[in-house]
Unconditional design. Structure first.
Lengths: 316, 319
């Protein structure tokens, strides 16, 4: 083989190897879904397993890494915009939203894609109602999120911004929730929560040092796991976007309900210091990873390197 | 200069390298999913459907509405994980700052003179889901104290605020119900360029497309609270809404012809969104100028804007 031929062969081999992940990924039906034809919640299938104590078993990998905050379809699902094949609906207000067929889309470059994503993530009508004296602050936080968003400094997402757990382990007396660190919409550290379900009561709020995830206690209401959390710091934001700050008096009630291979999660935020009324997230529906051998991969450490180079207010 | 022998010697590896580069190019294209395929045919295909479930079904009308929606950045999609999602209407909330002149309706100092003019600072916050608007104006006339007003509407509720968000928490201003103004204020939303496109889509088969002086004209009725209002919108050569005429048979509104002209379209937002908004707005009612403003900023990035209805306003509406 000549030197030229060897060089060419190496290039061809490299190119073919580059193609492999795409091909493998396209076949990964049971794993993370990186592309979507809609933002509709998955339809439940199969029975709901129960533990020996009679409660639904929430144990499992729920949508792995890719189906929580990563990608515009997930983010639209999270804010309640249901995009179907030929119609779109805001599930909070019920408003039908104009939709054009896929084959008629205009061409967009990457910059236009990003700018459109900024709008798509914010078009939902389900917004927390702050007291009027805080309206401008919320708007300013969102507009200046490149500097203001704690996640842009690699801080933990906190509860409930962290969303649906990617992994749940369930015992008779406690739950373990794991949230792998991720990039994408917000960049967060890996975090975990150990949630007692043994009937204990909360520590007195005055005795708690505020933390990102707070003090969580779980109990069952029928087949729904209710996780009640207090004791937060006031540093995190409480939804995926929007500059939704809160006080140390925030109280979060999460509800997790398993139906077959789906897990529906909502969080209600009460914060009488800053909110006019309690606010509940739009339900997020996660899908069980069907691969019994699936494991959570290690998350890369979060390292902020972009902020110093940002010259506009364009943001996620 | 290469000889023929050299060229031959070089060409075999070159072919392989081209094949390799082609493979890499294919991967890049594949990463964009159906984007390239779809966009390549979009302009040539008939827009068979558009809009809501009750969307228009006349091909030319559908194409015109889509072109108008795309021209102002209302119809959008994103390939960030959504390469196979359709275009949707992304406009919900907007905030506008403008300066210019308003004219007192039917208030000339002498019958032969134009209506009284006021220097006006104009600040509007609006939403389409649910339909709502907060219009804050400071009007100044020579020798008179500035008049500051905050007028709000949300669906059937209308009220005036002594300060933004008045009447929602104790000790923070007063909200004065103004129910009879609800429809008139709500109409403002639907004669803005985005409201025109949304309403024309929602009107479905009732939206008619015609051509006047070589430009497309959309005519459609509004519905719900604004039933009885007919809107006629003229598009410019860029498919942007250039002129809107509205006339009402509803006695709760004026039956005067309202004509609004929009020009100087650009992305006027602090944060770039590719949403084009008019930079200059002129309005006449009954042939008289009532508004002439230059836009200073038009934030279209769906900012946090909320319109909770004060309890006393709800009670007033119930009576």
């Amino acid at each position: 083989m000549t030197r030229h031929a060897r060089t060419s062969a190496i290039i061809v081999t490299a190119a073919l190897l580059c193609l492999l992940p795409t091909a493998v990924f396209a076949q990964n039906n049971g794993g993370p879904r990186m592309d979507h034809e809609n933002t509709l919640p998955p339809t439940p299938t199969g029975p709901t397993p129960h533990t020996p104590d009679g409660h639904p078993d929430l144990t499992g990998l729920w949508n792995g890494l890719a189906d929580n905050l990563l990608g515009v379809p997930n983010q639209m699902h999270n804010v309640g915009i249901e995009v179907g094949p030929d119609s779109t609906r805001d599930i909070n207000s019920g408003l039908q939203i104009a939709t054009w067929p896929l084959q008629n889309r205009q061409r967009q470059n990457n910059e236009q894609n990003e700018r459109a994503a900024t709008l798509l993530r914010r078009m939902g009508s389900n917004r927390p109602i702050y007291k009027p004296q805080y309206w401008q602050r919320v708007k300013d936080f969102d507009a200046n999120s490149n500097e203001e968003d704690p996640s842009n400094q690699c801080m933990p997402a906190g509860v409930p911004r962290v969303g649906v757990p990617s992994y749940i382990a369930q015992t008779p007396t406690y739950l373990i929730f794991i949230y792998p660190g991720q990039g994408g919409l917000i960049a967060t550290q890996t975090s975990y929560r150990m949630i007692p379900t043994d009937g204990r009561k909360h520590t007195d709020l005055e005795q708690l040092d505020g933390t990102w995830n707070g003090e969580a206690i779980g109990h069952w209401e029928g087949d729904t796991m209710v996780v009640d959390t207090i004791g937060f710091n006031s540093t995190s934001w409480f939804d995926q976007l929007g500059g939704y700050f809160h006080s140390e008096n925030m109280h979060v009630v999460e509800r997790l309900h398993r139906d077959g291979n789906t897990l529906t999660w909502t969080a209600t935020v009460e914060d009488p210091d800053v909110l006019l009324e309690p606010w509940t997230t739009t339900p997020r529906v996660a899908l069980l990873n069907p691969d019994p051998k699936a494991v959570l991969p290690e998350s890369l450490p979060c390292s902020e390197r972009d902020l110093a180079h940002v010259v506009t207010k364009e943001h996620h | 200069m290469p000889t023929r022998a050299n060229l031959t010697k070089v060409s075999a590896p070159t072919v392989l390298m081209i094949a390799a580069l082609a493979a890499l190019t294919f991967q890049t294209a594949a990463a964009q999913g159906n984007y390239a395929k779809a966009s390549g045919s979009a302009k040539n295909k008939t827009a068979g459907t558009a809009g809501t479930a009750a969307g228009p079904n006349t091909p030319d009308l559908a194409k015109t509405l889509q072109a108008a929606a795309e021209a102002v950045g209302l119809a959008r999609w994103s390939g960030v994980g959504g390469q196979r999602l359709p275009e949707v209407d992304v406009i919900n909330t907007m905030e506008i700052w403008a300066t210019g002149t308003t004219y007192g309706l039917g208030q000339p100092y002498k019958p032969s003179e134009p209506w009284a003019a006021f220097k006006t600072e104009f600040h509007a916050a609006l939403a389409y889901n649910p339909p709502a608007m907060r219009l804050e104006m400071t009007c100044t006339n020579a020798g008179a104290a500035p008049q500051h007003t905050i007028q709000v509407v949300r669906e059937k509720y209308a009220w005036d605020e002594s300060e933004i968000g008045a009447g929602l928490v104790p000790g923070k201003g007063t909200a004065s119900p103004s129910m009879t103004a609800a429809n008139y204020r709500l109409l403002e939303l639907w004669i803005l360029p985005y409201g025109v496109i949304k309403a024309a889509l929602a009107a479905g088969d009732k939206t008619k497309l015609s051509t006047e002086n070589g430009t497309a004209v959309l005519t459609f009725p509004l519905s719900g609270q604004l039933a009885g209002v007919t809107v006629k919108a003229t598009l410019d050569a860029n498919n942007e809404v250039a002129k809107v005429e509205s006339r009402s048979e509803n006695t709760a509104l004026t039956d005067m012809l309202t004509e609004t002209e929009y020009s100087d379209y650009a992305d006027h937002g602090e944060i770039a969104t590719d949403v084009k908004s008019p930079g200059h707005i002129i309005r006449k009612q009954g042939g008289h100028p009532v508004l002439d403003i230059q836009v200073k900023m038009w934030d279209a990035n769906n900012p946090y804007l909320v319109f909770p209805v004060p309890e006393n306003v709800k009670k007033a509406a119930a009576h």
